[in-house]
Design a protein around this ligand. Structure first.
Ligand SMILES: Cc1cc2nc3c(=O)[nH]c(=O)nc-3n(C[C@H](O)[C@H](O)[C@H](O)COP(=O)(O)OP(=O)(O)OC[C@H]3O[C@@H](n4cnc5c(N)ncnc54)[C@H](O)[C@@H]3O)c2cc1C
Length: 395
């Protein structure tokens, strides 16, 4: 017999954003259904894996401001569930001292009076052993940054949602959405109705929106998640207080390279390239481009002499970029958040390669939007119509 039900709100997609949205809705006594196409937990989207970086170091003020609240909301969830989700390690930011991107990171933190320590070429190796700072590069540490335990965080927020009476139905793919004052959502197992709908489908957003005739300017890219072996076990370990790090740009590339201390896999340091090649989320591993791994290998050779410059383990993940397609410019790497009146009392949102840390605040904002409340943060930096004229005509 097929499932049926009436809800105040349906959330599609149990990644970090959908899970936090559902949790916030349940906290506001909304009868909420969270739908997920795969059996939970799964490693097919963007939110899997054991770790993510949390940081205030950004090149734009609005992210740094949002992070103030995010840290509080993460701590609140830790307290509610009695689970540790964050470990402070600091974030080492490096980049050409005179480059615009490095300066923006530094000035944004300074302007916002975020605790930071600026390192010099003279004292760098004393604070950060086993890393070579390139001549002409500057370095500073965002002190409050650290590691979020991603898989654990997802389990925790989904568990708290259920404790509040929320319903999760996994292994149920949404196959159709019928907009209207009451939204009808059909899945592989049933039909559900709700007063509002939140779509947090990550890389599948456009596939899902195709049912409504709406498309967003998005590109999905596969990221090779590379783990590099320590020559001396423990030398870059979280236990030795090795920090997370981010290179704004370097000899190898203009794109960011970032990493986390060895932790989840003992003896292996996670280092990734902040760019990938386009993929279909249902055929992710058909994308076999490894040019990013070559770039990372060169970076590791140059800056991390204590690591074997060939990845020991490569896993996969996906970013969903917002695009400025008509201008053929590089992807805009903002989290994207917008209201789509077309869907009637529904929201469509997605985000890109740095959205995990923002999960609590995005969940809160999507909850507010779906309840028709005034969003408690300024959403103007995230509006789709800022980016894409084609989308504008669809609104
Ligand atoms: C390699 C890598 C490193 C990263 N590092 C960081 C970091 O250090 N710090 C940070 O803050 N962020 C980081 N991010 C980004 C962050 O992980 C993502 O922004 C975030 O996980 C996106 O979550 P989401 O909920 O939007 O998408 P997802 O996690 O992909 O969730 C979408 C969900 O929707 C489900 N779904 C889709 N279609 C349907 C359907 N039709 N029916 C039912 N369910 C459906 C999917 O199965 C999926 O579970 C990283 C990402 C990657 C890939």
């Amino acid at each position: 017999m097929s499932a049926e039900g009436e809800y105040d709100c349906i959330v599609i997609g149990a990644g970090v954003q959908g899970s936090f949205t559902a949790y916030q809705l349940a906290k506001k006594n909304q009868k909420t259904l969270l739908l997920e196409q795969f059996l939970l937990p799964h490693s097919r989207g963007s939110s899997h894996g054991q770790t993510r970086i949390i940081r205030k170091a950004y090149d734009q003020d609005f992210y740094t401001h949002m992070m103030e609240e995010c840290y509080e909301l993460w701590a609140q969830l830790e307290r509610e569930a009695g689970v540790k989700l964050y470990r402070q390690t600091g974030l080492l930011v490096m980049g050409p001292e005179n480059s615009e991107s490095y300066q923006l990171f530094k000035v944004t933190l300074q302007k916002n009076k975020t605790p930071m320590v600026v390192l010099t070429h003279d004292n760098f190796s004393q604070h950060i052993p086993n890393v070579k700072l390139a001549p002409g590069d500057g370095a500073f540490v965002d002190i409050s940054a650290g590691v979020l335990y991603a898989d654990r965080a997802l389990r925790t927020v989904q568990g708290q949602f259920q404790k509040l009476g929320g319903v999760i139905r996994d292994k149920e793919t949404v196959t159709n959405i019928k907009p209207g004052p009451v939204v009808t959502v059909s899945t592989s197992a049933g039909v559900y109705r709700a007063k509002s709908l939140v779509i947090t489908a990550g890389p599948w957003t456009n596939k899902l929106l195709a049912h409504t005739g709406l498309q967003l300017p998005l590109e999905v890219v596969k990221i090779n998640v590379c783990y590099w072996k320590e020559k001396a076990p423990g030398s870059y370990s979280v236990k030795r207080r090795f920090p997370c790090f981010l290179l704004t740009e370097g000899e190898e590339s203009k794109e960011h390279i970032y990493g986390l201390p060895s932790n989840e896999y003992p003896g292996l340091v996670k280092i990734c390239y902040h760019m990938g090649s386009e993929t279909d989320p249902d055929q992710r591993d058909k994308q076999t481009d490894k040019s990013d791994i070559e770039i990372l290998g060169q970076f590791v050779t140059r800056c991390f002499p204590g690591l074997v410059p060939e990845p020991a383990v490569v896993e996969s993940c996906m970013y969903t970029w917002s695009l400025r397609r008509p201008l053929k410019q590089p992807p805009i790497v903002h989290i994207m958040n917008d209201y789509q009146p077309y869907l009637s009392q529904s929201e469509a949102r997605t985000n890109c390669g740095h959205g995990f840390k923002f999960g609590p605040v995005i969940g809160k904002l999507l909850c507010e939007l779906s309840l028709g409340e005034m969003p408690s943060n300024d959403l103007s930096p995230f509006r789709i119509r800022r980016f894409h004229t084609k989308t504008k005509s669809a609104l």
